[in-house]
Write a protein that binds this ligand. Structure first.
Ligand code: OGA
Ligand code: NI
Length: 355
C-alpha cells in the first residue's frame, strides 16, 4: 500500500476484474469448517504446564481461548450493553466524537481497509477506539498513541465512560497474565514482558465494533477484511454471533478459512505481528477476517502493545548462529504508526468528507 492512501485503493478496486476473486472465493467457501483451538485456564497454578500448552497453540496458529480470566460476566455484559447504546445513537451524535488524530473516538463505516487487494470497499463495521489514558501532567502525554480519550456526552450515555474504563483495566490485567505465560513459553523469565520497560505504560486500545449486513467474498465485501493484528496480544469478546474466521496458511494457493466459534465465558486471544517479530517468526500472528451472515454482530477486541519507546527486536532465546534475526529492530510507536497509516483512512480525509 505504499505511496497510495486508502481512498485511492477504494477507487482502484471498484474497477477491478471480479471473476478471479469470485472463483477463488467459491472454492474457499466450500471447505469452511470450525477450528478447534486450545483452551488455556488462567486459574491453573501450574504455570509451566500452561506455558507448554500455550506454546503449542502459538506455534500452530497463535489463536487460543482463555478461561477463568476473572473478567466477570457482569462487566462484559455491561460493556456490550453500553456499546449497543452508543451505536444506536443518531449519526449526528456519534459524529460529535469522531476519531481524532490520536485514534480515539468513533469510526464510521468503511474507515478501515485491511485487505485492499480483495476488498472493494472498507470494512462493513463502525467502531469506537478507547486508548491508554495518559493525563496532561504526564511528561509523555503528547507522544503518539498516548493522551486523553474522547467520550460521548455523559448526559446522553450516563455511566458509559466508567463501564469502558473498567473493562479496559480488566482486559489489561488479563493480557499481563497471558504475557507471563508467553514469556515462560519462550524460555524467558516470567516477568520479561510484564516489566516496567515493556508493559509499564502499554499502548492498549479497547475497540467497540458493530457489524451489519451480509459479506460476499465473491464481490469483495467483508465485515473485516483479511489481516493480522499489529501488536502483541489481542483479546476478543463477542456477542456469540458467528463471523470470525482464521486462515492458518496465508501462503497456500487455495486459502482455507475456519470459523472460530465463541464459547460462553471464554475469551478468544490471538497474537499480533509484534509477537511474531519478537519470536523471530516462531510464534504465529495468523490471518483472520469477519464474514457476516446478515445478523447484527457486536464484538470488543482489546489490543495490547508495549510502551511507546519499547524496541521490538528478536528475543535472546529465539536466535542462534543458525537462526539469525529475520526482522530489523523497530520502535513500537513507529511500527504502529506505519501499520495504522496503511490500513486506515487518514484523519484529514474525514474532515474533508464532512466539509
Ligand atoms: C480486529 C478483529 C474480529 C471481530 O478488530 O482486529 O479481527 O470479531 N476483529 O470483530
Ligand atoms: Ni484482528
Amino acid at each position: 500500500m505504499k505511496g497510495s492512501n486508502a481512498k485511492d485503493i477504494l477507487v482502484n478496486n471498484s474497477n477491478k476484474e471480479m471473476s478471479e476473486m469470485q472463483t477463488k472465493n467459491q472454492v474457499e467457501d466450500s471447505i469452511i469448517q470450525e477450528s478447534l483451538l486450545t483452551c488455556i485456564d488462567l486459574a491453573n497454578s501450574d504455570l509451566h504446564q500452561s506455558a507448554l500448552l500455550l506454546k503449542k497453540a502459538c506455534l500452530d496458529s497463535g489463536f487460543f481461548y482463555v478461561i477463568n480470566h476473572g473478567i466477570s460476566k457482569e462487566v462484559t455484559d455491561k460493556a456490550f450493553e453500553q456499546s449497543k447504546k452508543f451505536f444506536a445513537l443518531p449519526s449526528e451524535e456519534k459524529m460529535k466524537v469522531l476519531k481524532n488524530e490520536k485514534h480515539r473516538g468513533y469510526t464510521p463505516l468503511y474507515d478501515q481497509i485491511p485487505d485492499p487487494e480483495n476488498q472493494v470497499q472498507g470494512d462493513h463495521k463502525e467502531g469506537y477506539y478507547i486508548g491508554s489514558e495518559v493525563p496532561r501532567d504526564d511528561p509523555q502525554w503528547d507522544r503518539p498513541f498516548y493522551g486523553l480519550n474522547t467520550w460521548p456526552n455523559p448526559d446522553v450515555l450516563p455511566g458509559w465512560r466508567e463501564t469502558m474504563e473498567e473493562y479496559h483495566q480488566e482486559a489489561l490485567r488479563v493480557c499481563k497474565a497471558i504475557a507471563k505465560l508467553l514469556a515462560l513459553s519462550l524460555d524467558l523469565d516470567a516477568d520479561y514482558f510484564d516489566s516496567p520497560e515493556m508493559l509499564g505504560k502499554p499502548i492498549s486500545t479497547l475497540r467497540l465494533l458493530h457489524y451489519e449486513g451480509i459479506s460476499d467474498p465473491s464481490k469483495g465485501i467483508y465485515g473485516t477484511g483479511a489481516h493480522s493484528d499489529y501488536g502483541m496480544i489481542t483479546l476478543l469478546a463477542t456477542d456469540g454471533v458467528m463471523g470470525l474466521q482464521i486462515c492458518k496458511d496465508r501462503n497456500a494457493k487455495l486459502q482455507k478459512w475456519e470459523y472460530v466459534p465463541s464459547i460462553e465465558g471464554a475469551i478468544v486471544v490471538n497474537l499480533g505481528d509484534m509477537m511474531e517479530r519478537w519470536s523471530n517468526g516462531l510464534f504465529r500472528s495468523t490471518l483472520h477476517r469477519v464474514i457476516l451472515n446478515g445478523q447484527t454482530r457486536y464484538s470488543i477486541p482489546f489490543f495490547v502493545e508495549p510502551n511507546h519507546d519499547c524496541i521490538i527486536e528478536c528475543l535472546p532465546t529465539c536466535q542462534s548462529e543458525n537462526n539469525l534475526p529475520k526482522y530489523p529492530a523497530i520502535k513500537c510507536s513507529a511500527y504502529l504508526t506505519q501499520r495504522y497509516e496503511e490500513s486506515h483512512l487518514k484523519f484529514s480525509s474525514y474532515k474533508n468528507k464532512l466539509e
